[in-house]
Design a protein around this ligand. Structure first.
Ligand SMILES: Nc1ncnc2c1ncn2[C@@H]1O[C@H](COP(=O)(O)OP(=O)(O)OP(=O)(O)O)[C@@H](O)[C@H]1O
Length: 366
């Protein structure tokens, strides 16, 4: 699967742009603020119906304009897929595939899969557990349509149970039978999500380890560990065991909403003990493992978007990484950088053709 043509109107700092991409490596080069990341974000819209960086659609409209429009022509399994996304101020987002409007945007997710690696991903390491759960959930939901619905249902059951705990605290009236019904719903849904997350992590972790040791040439030992209360006990038992604590805190303290991922380097937390380059290598290995997982599940290669990828990585890691993404396991790659000579030198050294685009103040030249 690859993106053949991309065009957009009034998208962020672009008034109008149109480009034809190569099926291999495409590099977008320009100064800070030129619009390189914005271009990758336009591609992200076509795949996941939203920005990678900012959830508010109207803020992506060029300042002073009333709407933005993004169009893409993809080639997938020998067929053309024409995708269009339009946002007008104060109106619902429009999303079309082959000229037909989607009823549910969720139906588009996973059709044209994509993996983005960006400097903003550092939040997966440094922020709270929610970011790491979001990472797992995003990867699984690109290959499992029911997963997102299951998560929505779980969150609803969780909100109901928390509301009940609050009501008990406010009124002093405790009805164990009613709570048992809520526990049953939460347990059934939470257990299904846990099973999916655990199965995913079992197949994902060895691939992650392989990618990390390739990029770092085995320079350091890292570890990725899935943490869930449900690994030790089933959810029904946990809810019963912790009911007194939940009543005091007026919220549910057991469940898959407490899951996390532990990232270690030489047995210590990556967040505190990893260098910037090691943290970046860790994130890249996570995302490339996501790419491998998606490829295996889908049976075709997703798009790979690499934003500002060379910063903080040493020459050895850059070469390894570029060798890896240019080989046959990867398909179309879009990459951004500030230096033409750096991009040319890196790819010349590994003998890989690159289609170069120069980006300056919202203009793209091939
Ligand atoms: N809605 C908008 N309207 C107009 N301009 C916008 C809008 N949103 C973002 N921009 C502009 O886009 C520019 C940033 O573009 P982008 O992040 O793509 O730069 P970049 O080429 O990736 O830069 P860097 O090398 O620094 O990462 C900024 O100048 C910003 O003001």
């Amino acid at each position: 699967m690859y993106l053949q043509q991309l065009s957009f109107l009034n998208f962020k700092n672009y008034t109008e742009a149109e480009l034809t991409l190569s099926t291999g490596v495409n590099a977008f080069v320009g100064n800070n603020g030129a619009g390189k990341t914005n271009l990758l974000d336009a591609v992200h819209y076509l795949s996941l119906c939203k920005s990678y960086f900012n959830p508010i659609d109207s803020q992506q409209i060029k300042q002073g304009a009333d709407f933005f429009m993004i169009n893409g022509v993809f080639e997938k399994n020998g067929n053309k897929e024409v995708v269009a996304c339009g946002v007008k101020r104060n109106q619902k987002k429009q999303f079309k595939r082959n000229k037909k409007d989607y009823q549910r945007l969720a139906d588009h997710i996973g059709l044209l899969p994509l993996v983005m690696i960006s400097p903003y991903d550092i939040s997966i390491i440094i922020e709270g557990s929610e970011e790491r759960r979001k990472f797992i959930d995003n990867v699984i939901s690109q290959t499992d349509n029911q997963y997102l619905d299951e998560l929505i249902a779980y969150n609803k059951f969780l909100a109901n149970r928390n509301a009940m705990l609050k009501l008990i605290a406010d009124t002093g009236r405790y009805d164990p039978d009613l709570l048992a019904v809520l526990d049953e719903q939460l347990t059934a849904s939470g257990t299904r999500i846990f099973a999916k997350r655990r199965a995913f992590m079992e197949s994902f972790t060895p691939v992650f380890n392989q990618h990390y040791s390739f990029i770092s040439a085995g320079a350091e030992q890292v570890e990725l560990v899935y943490e869930s209360q449900l690994l030790n006990d089933n959810l029904a038992t946990l809810l019963k065991k912790n009911i007194e604590r939940d009543r005091i805190l007026e919220r549910t303290t057991s469940g898959i909403h407490k899951d996390d991922l532990q990232f270690n380097i030489h047995g210590m937390p990556m967040k505190k003990f990893g260098s910037q380059g090691q943290q970046k290598s860790f994130l890249i290995a996570l995302k490339l493992a996501q790419y491998t997982f998606l490829t295996q599940k889908k049976g075709f290669k997703p798009l790979l978007l690499l934003d500002d990828i060379f910063d903080k990585l040493d020459e050895g890691r850059v070469t390894k990484l570029m060798q890896m993404v240019s080989n046959n396991d990867f398909g179309q790659v879009l990459i951004t950088d500030t230096s033409i000579s750096r991009v040319q030198n890196i790819f010349e050294a590994i003998n890989v053709d690159v289609k170069l685009f120069k980006v300056a103040e919202g203009n793209i030249d091939a």
